[in-house]
Design a protein around this ligand. Structure first.
Ligand code: 5AD
Ligand code: SF4
Length: 440
């Protein structure tokens, strides 16, 4: 038997890409590839890329440049670009970087085995189609390898919202929901392989409307179906749009014990003028009211968000409105970005904010968000939480896991195994994690 070929995948960007990278590894696993942690001994390198901000996209080209020496030493090495930069820039990638043998968009990665074979024959291959067939079904025949206790599961892809700054509707295409029975089968399979917590993924996950036994299902209905899966202990979902936060989903946060008290609900900005120009179709006030309703259903829920500062024509007063909104919500965690001009999106045509001013605003916003994150994390001290253990800690006898609220928790003298759930009393709050002790 010949030695297995080695595959190195580097993943950029969102959790959807993490899920996609796993699927690509499985697809190429069928062709005799095993994964390696180093590009140096790889027979194939795949960069699974992100196009959301300019910096993320440019990183791909600098990374590719670094493989020049490797390719010179090893002419059989194949280099591929996958993900959203592949979708957005296609042929341009091969023009800019002749090292690249293969370009595959996020909707075509089930065709990787055929593409790899062609690349091995010396062809340059590109596939950025939006094919009719269900790529998830094509990827079904995977080995039943044991897995860690947490997993991502894509239930919905693409976006029809067209926020004025965002490339997703162009790179990932229109919103498509997977049928519920296929998701449930995949969840069952994950649980049989050791998974205890599933995070349902979608660019607009709460707009989920996949086919069920009695017509289309909402995300909440899907969650209730997953709730019945024995051995599955925790359900999360991300990312949601405020306008798709339906009543049954809010209610599920109060009544479904497996649904974790954590919600990522990006608002992007606090000024109604800017929200309108962003094409967000909600106001600061409607967002705040929504948060109130969610907290009425589940008072201890941890709210997370995304923000963009320096969106075209954002004034200091607009930015102040963002700070005010943040004060009003109190976020447990948040991601904030400086606006990045994306060619082809409507906002790219608008008058841009001075980058220095935008940097300054980003720093001020991040200072406030970090303060809130700290306060929320510190408020856990003295409370009892449930922890799902994910790995051994740095010290003997120590285990690390995540609380219901997604805080990392270190537990000393812990006789529990990876994949176990336990009640833990939180004793202290550190820089980025909590420490606690088992409660017996
Ligand atoms: N510039 C900066 N941030 C952006 N995001 C999306 N597009 C851009 C852009 N052009 C941010 C949004 C989104 C997150 C995934 O990335 O906050 O919620
Ligand atoms: Fe992009 Fe807006 Fe769609 Fe989110 S909702 S993926 S920010 S267009």
């Amino acid at each position: 038997m010949s030695a297995p070929k080695k595959l190195f995948i580097k993943t950029y960007g969102c959790q959807m890409n993490v899920y996609d990278s796993e699927r690509m590894a499985e697809a190429l696993g069928g062709e005799g590839y095993v994964e390696t942690k180093s590009p140096d001994d790889a027979d194939m390198i795949l960069l699974n890329t992100c196009h959301i901000r300019e910096k993320a996209a440019e990183k791909v080209y600098s990374e590719l440049g670094r493989f020049k020496g490797l390719k010179a030493e090893k002419p059989d090495l194949k280099i591929g670009v996958a993900g959203c930069v592949a979708q957005a820039e296609g042929q341009e990638i091969m023009r800019r970087q002749p090292l690249v043998d293969l370009v595959v968009g996020p909707q075509s990665y089930h065709r990787l085995p055929e593409m790899e074979a062609k690349a091995r024959e010396g062809e340059k291959v590109l596939d950025t189609d939006f094919p009719e067939e269900d790529k998830f079904e094509k990827l079904k025949n995977r080995p039943k390898a044991k897995r860690g206790p947490t997993a991502f599961l894509t239930v919905q892809e693409g976006c029809d919202k067209f926020c004025a700054f965002c490339v997703v509707p162009y790179t990932r295409g229109a919103e498509v929901s997977r049928p519920a029975d296929r998701i449930l089968r995949e969840a069952q399979d994950l649980v049989e392989r050791g998974v205890r917590e599933i995070t349902l993924l979608g660019q607009n996950v709460n707009a989920y409307h996949g086919a069920g036994a009695n017509g289309d299902m909402t995300l909440a209905q899907l969650i209730w179906e997953l709730d019945k899966v024995d051995g599955l202990e925790r359900i999360r979902f991300t990312t949601s749009h405020p306008n798709d936060m339906q009543d049954d989903l809010i209610e599920a946060h109060g009544t479904c014990a497996k649904l974790m008290p954590y919600l990522h609900l990006p608002v992007q900005a606090g000024s109604d003028k800017i929200l309108k120009r962003m094409n967000r179709a909600h106001t600061a006030e409607s967002y705040l009211r929504l948060i109130e309703r969610i907290r009425a259903a589940r008072p201890d829920i941890l709210i997370s968000g995304d923000f963009i500062v320096g969106f075209p024509e954002e004034t200091e007063a607009d930015f102040q409105a963002t700070l005010d909104l943040v004060e009003g919500v109190k976020y447990g965690t948040a991601y904030s970005f400086k606006y990045s001009t994306r060619p082809g999106t409507p906002a790219a045509e608008r008058p841009q904010v001075d980058p220095k001013e935008a940097d300054d605003r980003l720093q001020r916003l991040q200072a406030l968000l970090t303060k809130q994150q700290r306060e929320v994390q510190d408020s856990m001290v003295g409370r009892d939480v449930t922890v799902l253990f994910e790995k051994a800690g740095r010290f003997p006898g120590q285990m690390v896991g995540k609380s219901d609220y997604l805080h990392a928790v270190h537990v000393a003298d812990c006789d529990r195994a990876i994949g176990d759930l336990a009640r833990v009393r939180i004793l202290s709050s550190g820089a980025n994690s909590l420490a606690g002790a088992l409660i017996d």
